[in-house]
Design a protein around this ligand. Structure first.
Ligand code: DGY
Length: 325
């Protein structure tokens, strides 16, 4: 008999066909109150779940006694209680690698947009306010040759370092759990303590996952260590940053600007003070959001789930301890 899969993210026709060849699929096509009610009703018979952008807590998962695997269409796994899943022997998979380059592109888009004030100045043109050559009040700041500071030197951090080093001639400094000799060799990157990096970097870029250890890592004290020229970029998770402290640092010109793809609460409240500030470029969590990459992530998740449900070890298993050969 086919396994039951609850899908809470729409797939392309090709991937839907692939999944339906192997499994009985219930599609939850939105995560509004109605969708969540439908999800709750489907959980008791689910062997597999596939989707993203939903906090799957114990209260919800207790409704799914037959659950064997969850395939998250994301690299970040902060929406899951990994200890709980492991205890229940539920496999959790994610989609690393396929989104690395695209997410690093997003990081660089924010670096360029904030440094060169692209959104602010494009809005002036759009509003019909470009009446003479712009003067120094509207000048930006160079990107090439400036110091790129990366906090969290994982795959995405490396891809950012590659762009900075080879594309823009930027000296790269980084902070992570431990020094990474291979990265130092490839990109001439240099390891720094967190306070040293915050003081030295022209661009402070967060690319690290949200964990109990990284939540609130960047707060008032850390912004105080940056310089008035610092541009702050976050493509990791909003909760790594104390958003109130960030707003204060921007308002008081403790830092120059911020490029933010992630926020403490998403979607960002339209009343957020961040949106009142010209020196903020805010994007709606688009790190991996291209047609090609989102399809590759969905394909990766489908293959992970099908492997898990077939009793094979999935390629991107997050909680290895849940795997019983
Ligand atoms: C990821 O893959 O983790 C992206 O940030 C989307 O959540």
């Amino acid at each position: 008999m086919k396994k039951q899969v609850v899908l809470y993210k729409k797939l392309s026709p090709t991937l839907m066909t692939r999944l339906e060849e192997q499994a009985e699929v219930t599609l939850i096509d939105s995560l509004d109150a109605q969708g969540i009610a439908k999800l709750r009703a489907a959980l008791p018979r689910a062997h597999g779940l596939l989707g993203a952008s939903l906090k799957l807590d114990a209260e919800l998962l207790d409704l799914a006694p037959n659950l064997q695997a969850i395939a998250s269409v994301s690299v970040g796994v902060d929406n899951y209680d990994i200890d709980y899943l492991t205890e229940r022997g539920i496999l959790l998979t994610n989609t690393p690698d396929v989104l690395t380059e695209t997410t690093a592109d997003t990081g660089f888009a924010l670096i360029l947009a904030t440094a060169r004030r692209v959104v602010e100045l494009a809005n002036i043109v759009r509003a019909g306010l470009w009446q003479r050559n712009i003067g120094s009040a509207h000048f930006g700041t160079d990107v090439h040759g400036k110091t790129l500071g990366i906090i969290g030197m994982g795959r995405i951090g490396e891809a950012l370092a590659q762009r900075g080093h080879f594309g823009f001639g930027m000296p790269v400094i980084y902070h992570s759990h431990s020094p990474k000799p291979a990265v130092e060799q490839r990109f001439g990157a240099q390891y720094r303590s967190l306070p040293q990096l915050l003081q030295e970097a022209d661009f402070v870029c967060l690319t690290l996952p949200l964990t109990a250890e990284t939540e609130g890592l960047i707060g008032a004290q850390q912004f105080a260590q940056m310089r008035p020229e610092t541009i702050f970029i976050n493509i990791s998770r909003g909760k790594v940053v104390d958003e109130k402290a960030l707003i204060e640092a921007l308002r008081s010109e403790q830092i120059r600007a911020a490029g933010l793809d992630v926020f403490e609460r998403e979607p960002l409240n339209p009343d957020s003070p961040l949106l009142q500030l010209d020196n903020v470029v805010a994007t709606p969590h688009i790190g991996s959001a291209t047609h090609e990459t989102r399809e590759a992530m969905a394909r990766c998740a489908v293959e992970n789930l099908l492997a898990a449900l077939a009793g094979e070890r999935p390629a991107n298993l997050v909680n290895g301890r849940a795997w019983k050969a």
